[in-house]
Design a protein around this ligand. Structure first.
Ligand code: HEM
Length: 186
């Protein structure tokens, strides 16, 4: 088990967090689109948003941990075969993904707490409201939340396609090392 990243490998903590967040983000997107179609009399009308909010707060915590961990354990070096374009565009894409994720989480928090209600995370703990009664807070945050969610989907899809291109066309270890493959062992 390799906990920390090295100059050539992603450690298991970074790998676990990457795939956990990816899975959670796609799941939350589907859950969000589904829950807004529910009618008041549906059994999930209250339960689905509660789940969505609770998981959203947990994702926020995990991403903060991920950024702290990234500082303690920086990602491996880009492969020597990467072009200048790949180096710059991947940095930009990863940075934008972090920003967009924070945008989604912050706007989601502002929608949920606009009326002054705190968010109960599975009944384990409460996240209090801070900014409230800002007039159109819930509406504005709602628009940002939806747009950012779509941006995250499109960007992460392009990011995933780029990873597949590295794997199937360039035949390098970009994708394999995000699954824990050890390039030092041939
Ligand atoms: C919502 C979904 C996703 C998000 C938010 C996301 C986010 C990220 C971020 C922020 C990084 C940079 C890690 C760092 O250096 O701190 C990264 C790396 C990576 N991601 Fe994703 N990702 C997602 C989905 C995917 C998918 C679907 C694939 C593959 C099909 C993928 C493959 C990779 C690979 C291979 C790397 C390592 C790139 C490198 O070595 O520079 N990701 N991802």
């Amino acid at each position: 088990m390799l906990l920390k990243n090295t100059s050539t490998r992603f450690g298991h903590i970074s790998i676990l967090i990457h795939w956990l967040v990816a899975l959670a983000v796609y799941g939350m997107f589907a859950l969000g689109l589904w829950m807004v179609t529910l009618s008041y009399y549906d059994a999930w009308y209250h339960r689905a948003p509660e789940l969505h909010k609770s998981i959203g707060i947990l994702i926020f915590i995990v991403i903060v941990i991920r950024l702290i961990w990234r500082f303690i354990s920086p990602p491996p070096k880009p492969l020597a075969s990467y072009s200048q374009f790949t180096r710059i565009s991947s940095k930009l894409a990863h940075f934008t993904l972090y920003i967009v994720l924070f945008g989604i989480l912050a706007s989601g928090y502002l929608i949920s707490t606009a009326d002054g209600d705190s968010i109960s995370v599975f009944g384990w703990f409460d996240v209090p409201a801070t900014l409230t009664e800002q007039g159109i807070q819930a509406d504005t945050a709602g628009i940002i939340h939806l747009y950012f969610a779509w941006i995250a989907m499109v960007l992460s899809l392009l990011h995933g396609l780029a990873a597949l291109k590295h794997h199937f066309i360039d035949r390098d270890i970009t994708l394999k090392r995000m699954f824990g493959f050890n390039p030092d062992i041939k």
